[in-house]
Design a protein around this ligand. Sequence first.
Ligand SMILES: Nc1ncnc2c1ncn2[C@@H]1O[C@H](COP(=O)(O)OP(=O)(O)OC[C@H]2O[C@@H]([n+]3cccc(C(=O)O)c3)[C@H](O)[C@@H]2O)[C@@H](O)[C@H]1O
Ligand SMILES: Nc1ncnc2c1ncn2[C@@H]1O[C@H](COP(=O)(O)OP(=O)(O)OP(=O)(O)O)[C@@H](O)[C@H]1O
Ligand SMILES: [Mg+2]
Length: 278
Amino acid sequence: MLKQEVINEMRVLPEIDAELEIQRRTQFIKNQLTDSGLTTLVLGISGGIDSCTLGRLAQLAVNELNEETNAAYRFIAVRLPYGVQADEQDAQASIDFIQPSVQMTANVKSAADAIHASAIEGLKAAGVDSFTDTHSDFVLGNAKARSRMAIQYDIAGLTQGLVLGTDHSAENITGFYTKFGDGACDLAPLFGLSKRQVRQLAQHMGAPEKVITKAPTADLESLTPQKSDEDSLGLTYDQIDDFLEGKSEDTVADDKLLAIYLKTQHKRVAIPTVYDSE
Ligand SMILES: Nc1ncnc2c1ncn2[C@@H]1O[C@H](COP(=O)(O)OP(=O)(O)OC[C@H]2O[C@@H]([n+]3cccc(C(=O)O)c3)[C@H](O)[C@@H]2O)[C@@H](O)[C@H]1O
Ligand SMILES: Nc1ncnc2c1ncn2[C@@H]1O[C@H](COP(=O)(O)OP(=O)(O)OP(=O)(O)O)[C@@H](O)[C@H]1O
Ligand SMILES: [Mg+2]
């Protein structure tokens, strides 16, 4: 039955030992970095709980590697605002908590605006112009996420780095990320955790309370700044987490979630070729 198949695919345990998950995922990051022969980890720090948690795990990983070897591993925490960000203080609180080897800022506004304006201009010149302001703003939101991805890969290229991704199972199951934007990365150390389990790890490591308890937001749409993920999805993270942890008895929410899962399946599979349909 689909529900159980999806639960199995998402790998979430009903209960976790936070300390063990921290050690296991830190070790995974260390292994990926040493196996790659590279020296640097790169991650955008938004002010949300996912990047706060993974940023700290990344810093723990490089701290341990530097204690164990003579090499100089580092974590670069990247602020990637689009113009001025409303929850900038939360991003700064995350950085204070993470204590990254390096912190830097790259504003994505000019890159994202240029990509979107070029597309609109070209389409209009070709006589295709039937999109509303709301639709255009939504698509620009995805250009922001893809600009963040491009900048992080630029930084990784310049610094012998790997790009980390914050995708966890509550995000993976909903496909609630931009394809080849924040969905693109070299490793996804939070996969297998529900949203409340990500918060559990953050709490255990001593992350700032205001970041742990804040409402998750993609914050991509300029017309609706700081819109909550739950409003966008029409589901609460408690409903998604209960499903993932095998605890949901809410068949209406389960069906809604499964419909979202099926609709976003193209984001989770390898790029199709002719051989997939033969
Ligand atoms: N059936 C199909 N088979 C193969 N490809 C398919 C497809 N349907 C769409 N596509 C392709 O995928 C594209 C749509 O995907 P995509 O560009 O991702 O766009 P889309 O899924 O429409 O939007 C991304 C959603 O993720 C949310 N998001 C994004 C980033 C971060 C976060 C966050 O929580 O922080 C949330 C965002 O708010 C929005 O609701 C289409 O333009 C098309 O190219
Ligand atoms: N303004 C930003 N600055 C830097 N990185 C960003 C920014 N916005 C998004 N990102 C990157 O994209 C990722 C996906 O965003 P997402 O909103 O899912 O995670 P989050 O903000 O860390 O946590 P939450 O989902 O609770 O808001 C972030 O974890 C971060 O790495
Ligand atoms: Mg966010």
